[in-house]
Design a protein around this ligand. Structure first.
Ligand SMILES: Cc1cc2nc3c(=O)[nH]c(=O)nc-3n(C[C@H](O)[C@H](O)[C@H](O)COP(=O)(O)OP(=O)(O)OC[C@H]3O[C@@H](n4cnc5c(N)ncnc54)[C@H](O)[C@@H]3O)c2cc1C
Length: 408
């Protein structure tokens, strides 16, 4: 009898899930598992809420297919080891991650499984392109987006997403399904988020794709089109599915394709440069002059700077977990250029606050803005008053979010 385990991570979906397909292909029994890692402390309330909804939604989908999602809280290496022994599973399948903390966990799992002669099998699924389809090895990936885009767009085909499996082997019997842990059981210092904007899960992600998702009620988001990043980052939506849902005869389709290619580029930078994406001197190695003014950082983080638009943006971010790209750039520019602080302080706050946090998209974008990344723009001083007038001429956005600050 062949038993396997699928360890779901940032791939909380059934469609285009290579680990799921491979694990279930020839198995007699497959255990589906999600582990809330008790060491994950850098996850703020909006993302934690979105994550738990996404896990619950996956459980519902699996139950509809006649199986169960086992949920545990603890250290994945200990939980998976114990379940592999209990269910006599030979293989554990998961999506491979490439950044420091995520690699740390998967290495621990792998080492623990080796002690009992079991193996971790890695699958792909985070990117639009398969690295094997690229016209260069990862180590030779171009360092500028413009160059990367030229080499891949219209040259490398985006594969069709893998289908949802028709059937899934049964779960091993007598395994306690487990409940979503109470937040207080984890080390998260999370409270309920204040404004509900995004519903977790694959079905909600598909609604977002068709423009039917309920976003923040009455809250101006300063975003005209669909917002997809929370579902893409949590793995509820496959980037390939998003890509193939839009064609290039509309402006929004072209923009979404470009942005998905940008996302792949940032991930490839993470793969190519490893831990250097977290260093203050970044990939360039150029030493940065910084101030150590923690009071200035606190005012940035809490939205109490002298610039109303920045404060409004920070309050939207802290309250909902999401802000549009232009405001991410403005907040980053202010912290780096005006306050002259270590860019990693800003990146860490975004990591905690963003509902769509993705290690490479976040850290490589910040590093580029700090001028030490692979594709850093020229130094630019932002004129906040002019920008404010341009992007929020009626001040609807700013007034709305500043009023939220006052009401807390
Ligand atoms: C400092 C900074 C930090 C950021 N951190 C993150 C992060 O942690 N996670 C994240 O998903 N995005 C991050 N971004 C990128 C971008 O702001 C968001 O992806 C975008 O706002 C999502 O909006 P959307 O879903 O409407 O995008 P769309 O325009 O609909 O694009 C489709 C998808 O492409 C991806 N995408 C879009 N723009 C970018 C971009 N510039 N870089 C990488 N991927 C992109 C997203 O997955 C997005 O959902 C960051 C940008 C900056 C400047």
């Amino acid at each position: 009898m062949e038993n396997t385990i699928v360890w779901f991570r940032q791939d909380l979906r059934l469609e285009d899930n290579e680990a799921l397909i491979e694990a279930t292909r020839n198995a007699d029994q497959t255990l589906m598992l999600y582990v809330f890692d008790e060491r994950s402390t850098r996850i703020g309330p909006p993302r934690l809420h979105f994550l738990t909804e996404s896990v619950l939604a996956l459980r519902k989908q699996l139950r509809a297919l006649g199986t169960e999602l086992i949920v545990r809280a603890g250290k994945p290496e200990e939980v998976i080891y114990a379940l592999a022994v209990e269910t006599k599973s030979r293989w554990v399948y998961c999506n491979r991650e490439r950044t420091h903390d995520e690699v740390y966990v998967q290495d621990r799992v792998e080492q623990k499984l080796w002690t009992i002669g079991r193996e971790l099998r890695y699958s792909r699924g985070k990117m639009l392109y398969h690295t094997a389809d690229l016209p260069f090895p990862v180590t030779h990936c171009p360092d500028t987006f413009a160059h990367f885009k030229k080499e891949v767009e219209h040259v490398v085909p985006v594969r069709e997403p893998l289908p949802v499996p028709d059937s899934i082997p049964p779960s091993p019997p007598d395994i306690d399904p487990g409940e979503i842990p109470e937040l207080s059981h984890l080390t998260f210092s999370a409270t309920r988020k204040r404004i509900t904007c995004f519903e977790g899960g694959e079905a909600a992600g598909h609604k977002a794709l068709t423009g039917d998702a309920l976003l923040c009620e009455k809250a101006p988001m300063m975003e005209e089109g669909r917002i997809l990043s929370p579902w893409i980052s949590m793995g509820c939506l496959s980037p390939k599915r998003v890509y193939h849902s839009f064609d290039t005869d509309s402006e929004s389709g072209i923009r979404i394709h470009q942005n998905l290619i940008m996302r792949d580029f940032l991930r490839l930078m993470g793969k190519k440069y490893g831990d250097r994406i977290f260093y203050r001197a970044g990939i360039s190695g150029r030493p940065l002059e910084i101030k150590k003014d923690m009071q200035a950082f606190e005012s940035w983080k809490n939205g109490t700077t002298p610039v109303p638009l920045l404060n409004a943006a920070m309050h939207q971010l802290n309250g909902t977990g999401w802000i549009p790209d232009v405001l991410r750039k403005i907040l980053a520019g202010y912290l780096i250029k005006v306050l002259q602080l270590d860019w990693r302080l800003g990146a860490s706050h975004f990591e905690y606050a963003l509902v769509d946090y993705d290690p490479c998209s976040n850290w490589v974008s910040w590093m580029n803005h700090a001028g030490v990344g692979p594709d850093s723009r020229e130094d630019r001083t932002l004129h906040y008053d002019q920008l404010w007038k341009k992007i929020d001429p009626e001040e609807t956005y700013t007034q709305f979010w500043l009023a939220q600050i006052q009401s807390v």
